[in-house]
Design a protein around this ligand. Structure first.
Ligand SMILES: *Cc1c(COP(=O)(O)O)cnc(C)c1O
Length: 366
């Protein structure tokens, strides 16, 4: 049977229908209705963060927080190219300049020893990514930001539910964005949220999310439309009831992969981070000096209708739309380029059976 790289978790059909029933009574389908408000409160609690704002998708959440911070146009933002293109676009679409910092060899997050060398008088913020759910060195990044007066906005799209020393990962930096896309650990079909601490941003973010309107007769910002609707929120309420079991099932899958692929010469697995409660979002494997190259492994799996993903390849600084930037070009971020050429994320979802994990490993090890 074909195996995809991911498969969305869903509540039972009955549970979702029960949750959306109210909507036929209220006829309130979007614009911060009852479901939206309920999910927001439940997420503030689950993620252990002071404030959550819900969005129609994660990308717009990231665009909106960058917009709300009002950086002068043309300011520079230090970020990583080893990510989904959304991260880089959210910076560029705000009229800011992405400056690409390399990643480290342990966990593929931003190499904190290379950040300060990229800071100029135009730098306004750092946008790191908790890639694969591996968390960035949040302590060092905050120290650097404080020393230089920079904002820190995390792309935490992969990191829903992750904790560091017992604290919700969304509580670090000035803000964090989680994606609730159907392919993520937790989803609202499409969706996303921001976590942030500054109460002064509550109204502003809310206005920007709704066309910049402030009440019915005033418009303060050139905003867009990024509101999460009630059907999305209902899916989120249902999925949140089951999230801990979902993560536990992912853990069993990841442990089986590790048991089968650990200590194989030429296969490198991601480190297990200290003091981190993982969400087991992805299982990246690096092939370097193995009997098969990454691309050969992709082909071997594909023959058996198993789809693994070259995630992340290409790097965002290799895309043609960014070639005019002074920091662009993958040769400027050699470690990220090294991983982009060699990494593969293997199929991983809560309901992936251990027999299927074994089948995938057998093909790789054949
Ligand atoms: C999924 C993802 C996004 C975008 O989130 P959407 O909810 O799909 O808009 C941004 N950054 C990263 C790293 C992602 O994986």
């Amino acid at each position: 049977m074909a195996i995809n790289v991911t498969r969305s978790s869903m509540p039972s059909y009955e549970e979702y229908c029960e949750e959306i029933k109210d909507l036929w009574e209220s006829r309130w389908l979007t614009n911060m209705g009852a479901k939206h408000q309920q999910l927001q409160a439940e997420l503030e609690n689950y993620l252990s963060v002071p404030q959550v704002a819900l969005y129609t998708n994660g990308h717009l959440a990231l665009e909106n927080i960058i917009a709300a911070l009002d950086f002068p146009k043309g300011s520079e933002v230090i970020t990583t190219p080893f990510t989904f293109v959304s991260t880089t676009h959210a910076i560029a679409r705000n009229g800011l300049v992405p400056v690409f910092c390399d990643v480290n060899e342990r966990d593929y997050t931003m190499d904190v020893t290379k950040i300060e060398g990229l800071i100029t008088e135009k730098t306004c913020a750092i946008v790191p990514v908790h890639v694969y759910g591996n968390i960035c060195d949040v302590d060092t990044i905050q120290e650097i930001a404080d020393r230089h007066g920079l904002k820190v906005i995390y792309d935490a799209a992969h990191a829903f539910g992750v904790k560091y020393r017992g604290a919700g990962i969304g509580s670090f930096g000035d803000a964090s964005m989680f994606s609730f896309h159907a392919t993520k650990v937790y989803h609202t079909i499409e969706g996303g949220c921001l976590c942030y601490g500054d109460e002064l941003l509550v109204e502003k973010l809310s206005d920007i999310r709704n066309f910049g309107l402030h009440g019915q007769e005033e418009c303060l910002y050139v905003g867009g439309n990024a509101k999460m609707n009630e059907f999305q929120a209902a899916m989120g309420i249902c999925n949140l009831r089951h999230i801990d079991q979902e993560i536990a099932k992912r853990k069993a899958v990841v442990e089986r992969y590790r048991a089968r692929l650990e200590n194989i010469p030429g296969i490198k697995l991601s480190v297990i981070q200290k003091d981190v409660q993982s969400n087991y979002a992805y299982f990246p494997v690096v092939f370097d000096g193995y009997k098969y190259s990454r691309d050969q492994v992709v082909a071997l799996l594909k023959e058996k209708e198993i789809l693994a993903r070259k995630y992340f390849y290409p790097l965002t600084n290799a895309f043609s739309c960014y070639q005019a930037l002074p920091s662009a070009g993958k040769e400027k971020t050699p470690i990220a380029d090294y991983f982009a050429e060699r990494v593969l994320t293997l199929p991983l979802y809560a309901d992936l059976s251990l027999e299927d994990v074994d089948r995938i490993c057998d093909i790789i090890l054949q």
